[in-house]
Each structure stands twice: as C-alpha cells, then as structure tokens.
Design a protein around this ligand. Structure first.
Ligand code: FAD
Length: 416
C-alpha cells in the first residue's frame, strides 16, 4: 500500500496549484490524473487575478516561459455596439494582464512544473473509489493497464473538474438555477486577424442576449471560436460534424468575414449542461476545489481563476489542518469561495437578462464605473472596497434601470 500525506485528484489548474503549494510546505503529494497529458480542455481565456495564485504556488515562471498569447482586456460586441475593457484601467490594484492559452499546453506546463518541484503526478490513473474518515483516507484507482491500486493519505483535495469524483461518490452535487445551456467550438486558422480586432477575447452577444460567440486568439495565429446558447440550439449547431456551427461562424455578420475561408483545426466539439452546484465543499478528510465545487457559466472566463483560487485556498487550509490547527472549513474556505462565485452569479444573471449589456453599451458610462466593473472582469471579486463587488446583487439591476429610464427620456425629448 502506498502512503502519502495528500492525494490530489486531477491535474488541471486547481489540482496542480494545490499540489505545488503543499509540496512547497514539505508534504509528500501525489496527483492521480485520469488522462494522458497533454489533453484537450475547454477554458482558454484566463483572468489577471489567477496570476497571483500561480505566482504564490511557484508555477508562474514555467507558464511565462511558454510565450502564450498575452491578454490585456476583453471586448463585448452587440451589432454596432462595442465596449472594450483594459485591465490597466481598473479599480483594484492587481495584475493588468494574463494569457489566452490552449489548455492542452497550459495544463501540461503546470503538471510538468509541479512534477519538477517533486509532486508525484500519475497520469492515466482513474480514481474509482474513496473512503474517508477523520484521520486516514483510502483511494482506489485504476492505471492504464487496468491494474487496481490503493493509496492511503491524511487528506484528499478533489480537483477532478467535470469528473466531479467526490460530489458523485458522496452525493454532493445539486442542480444549478441557470437554464441548461451548452457550447460548440473549434480552433480556426485566423489569417484575417486585424489590428482592430486585436489579440484579446471578443464576445459577441446576439439572439436578444440568449446566445453569444467567443473569439479567443492564440499566439500561434489560430483562434478558438465557440457559440454558447440554449441546449436545443447547441444540439442543432453541433449535429452532422458541426455543419451549422461552421456555416454560422463563416457567415455571422459581426465577425465581418474574419473566418469565411478559415480552416477548422479539428471537428467541432460540444458540451452541454455544464452549470452545476454543490451542497457542501468539504467533509471529513477531504475538500473540493475548482470545477468540483460549483460551475456557473463560461461568459466571463472565470473558471480557471476559480480553479486556481480554490486550489490555493484549499491547500492552505489543508496545510493548517495537517499542522494540527483547527480549521473552520465553512467560514475560512467554503464561504470565501462561495462569496466569489456569488459575485459572478450576479454578473452571469445580468448578462443573460441584458442588464450587463445595457450598462456597458450605454453611450455615457462613467469612467469610475467602468474601472470598477473591469476589476470584476479581471477576477478581483473579493475586493469589498469595490461597490460592484460589495453590492453585486443589486447594483447591475439598479444601474441598468436608471440607464433605460434615461434613454427613454432622451428618446421622448427628441421626439417632442
Ligand atoms: P479541469 O481542468 O477539468 O481538470 C480536472 C482534471 O481531473 C482533468 O484533467 C480530468 O481528466 C481529471 N479527472 C476527472 N475525473 C478523474 C478521475 N476519476 N480520476 C482522476 N482524474 C480525474 N474558464 C476560463 O477560465 N476561461 C474560459 O474562457 C472558459 N471557457 C469555458 C467555455 C466553456 C464552454 C465551458 C463549459 C467552460 C469554460 N471555462 C472557462 C471553465 C473551465 O473549463 C473550468 O472552469 C476549468 O477547466 C476548471 O479547472 P479544474 O482544474 O477545476 O478542472
């Protein structure tokens, strides 16, 4: 029987950040990862806030060396309207840039860097069963040859992402309140990338804010392009090898012919029903991090940042626990992560009901307001000094209402 201090399930951003932090504190850490790396993953546009997490656990330099596409902001477009945010112009003092990455390369870089620091990373090892208790945890996993192994540890961090290993085994998942949406996507050759389009993510809202397209440029000249919409729409677009998705991307007006002739680098993939909640983020002998907790929606590119934030915090709490200190998991972990998720929940709601668009496409949006919203878009959702964080549950709705009233008054005053 193998024995280590901590087992981390999954080698995505949450798992590698958690494992690297704990290794730095001197623990024996093993990551069990189901897939062979590099492997495809969706979630390619990062937020500046995640740079802090990568730096603190010692993974930033390895990523820097890969020369991924620098991301300095984000642009939102709807028909003729466009609003660009630049992370240099934000309320919270923090990172002003990050990257757009092919996740196969990014995740592999993180896993290799964690390995170089002394974390044992076992690829192609799928966790099947887990038994938890107050002081000893048992994990059963299957390697690539089908051989079953057991490993014992003091604590488990579940970073299994969409695999949701412990939420599945311990019945911890709960449905999301968001409508079941999906996405269909591929990588495209992007020879017509213009100076005007820039290298930052573009988000095109259409269908009365029910659907949107992302364009995420990479440093090798290709671009990730995806469509998000309700379930039925995505199933239709993805059918027959993504025939309708391809046609849509080639012909969609707001993309101005950028991909009319472009080659698709792989057959479009699709994913459905990714929004999911969790009843509890911790239990005896384990904690959940990253997408094993709650995942809302891809619209604001917050997934990887939540993965690194929760990966890091879960590792810090695990360290305290292993030092024999009492950890208040609910207050010091779950409530902190939940707070950030809840801020984004308000913005995701505001995106699909149109309040967010009303604000950012308003002609006279004040600079200070834009800077405060920009900090949320940069991932600084724990900065309570920012009114757009502190009053997240009412501020978008109220502001959008005022803007709509102003626009109505303006229209009626120009008529009479
Ligand atoms: P993952 O990256 O999923 O890693 C989990 C790992 O666990 C995987 O490697 C998996 O193989 C492994 N695993 C699973 N089961 C087992 C098992 N039984 N045993 C061992 N290992 C296991 N986020 C962004 O930040 N930016 C974006 O632009 C963005 N776009 C998105 C677009 C869409 C359409 C969707 C659905 C999501 C998007 N996201 C985005 C979210 C992003 O994909 C996730 O939030 C992020 O990958 C979570 O990281 P993680 O480390 O928690 O999990």
């Amino acid at each position: 029987m193998q024995t280590v201090d901590v087992v981390v399930i999954g080698a995505g951003p949450a798992g590698t950040v958690a494992a690297s932090y704990l290794k730095k504190q001197g623990y024996h850490v093993t990551i069990l990862e189901k897939e062979k790396f590099p492997r495809f993953q969706i979630g390619e546009s990062l937020l500046p806030c995640c740079m802090e997490h990568l730096e603190e656990c010692g993974l930033l330099e390895a990523v820097k060396a890969r020369n991924f596409q620098k991301k300095t902001g984000a642009a939102f477009v709807r028909g003729e309207k466009k609003c660009e945010f630049f992370f240099e112009e934000q309320f919270t003092k923090g990172w002003t840039w990050t990257w757009q990455v092919k996740r196969a390369d990014f995740d592999n870089t993180l896993a290799e860097a964690a390995k170089a620091k002394g974390v044992n990373v076992h690829f192609e090892c799928e966790v099947l069963e887990v038994e938890c208790s107050a002081d000893k945890q048992l994990i059963v996993y299957k390697d690539v040859n089908g051989t079953i192994h057991q490993i014992e540890c003091q604590f488990i961090i579940d970073s299994s992402g969409y695999g949701r290993v412990l939420p599945r085994l311990f019945d911890l998942s709960k449905p999301s309140a968001f409508s079941p949406r999906g996405a269909v996507f591929s990588h495209l050759e992007d020879k017509k990338r213009t100076e005007k389009a820039g290298n930052n993510i573009f988000v095109h809202s259409f269908d009365d804010n029910k659907s949107w397209i992302w364009a995420i440029p990479f440093s090798d000249g290709s671009t990730s392009v995806g469509i998000v919409g309700n379930r039925e729409k995505i199933i239709e677009l993805a059918a027959n090898g993504g025939e309708k998705y391809k046609k849509f991307i080639r012909e969609f007006d707001d993309l101005q012919g950028r991909f009319t002739q472009a080659d698709f680098k792989f057959e479009p993939r699709h994913i459905l029903g990714y929004s999911i909640g969790v009843k509890k983020m911790f239990g005896e002998g384990f904690v959940l991090s990253g997408n094993s907790t709650e995942f809302l929606d891809p619209i604001f590119s917050s997934g990887v940042t939540f993965a690194t934030a929760s990966g890091l915090l879960s590792a810090k709490m695990t360290h305290k626990h292993l030092q024999g200190e009492t950890v208040n998991w609910e207050k010091d972990y779950e409530n902190v992560i939940q707070k950030g998720i809840d801020v984004f929940r308000s913005y995701v709601t505001g995106w699909y009901n149109g309040d967010f668009q009303t604000i950012v496409f308003a002609s006279n949006i004040e600079k200070s307001i834009k800077y405060q919203i920009c900090s949320v878009l940069a991932g600084y959702v724990w900065d309570e000094a920012n009114p757009f964080v502190k009053k997240h549950d009412s501020i978008l709705q109220t502001l959008a209402k005022v803007i709509r009233m102003d626009e109505k008054d303006f229209k009626s005053s120009t008529v009479f």
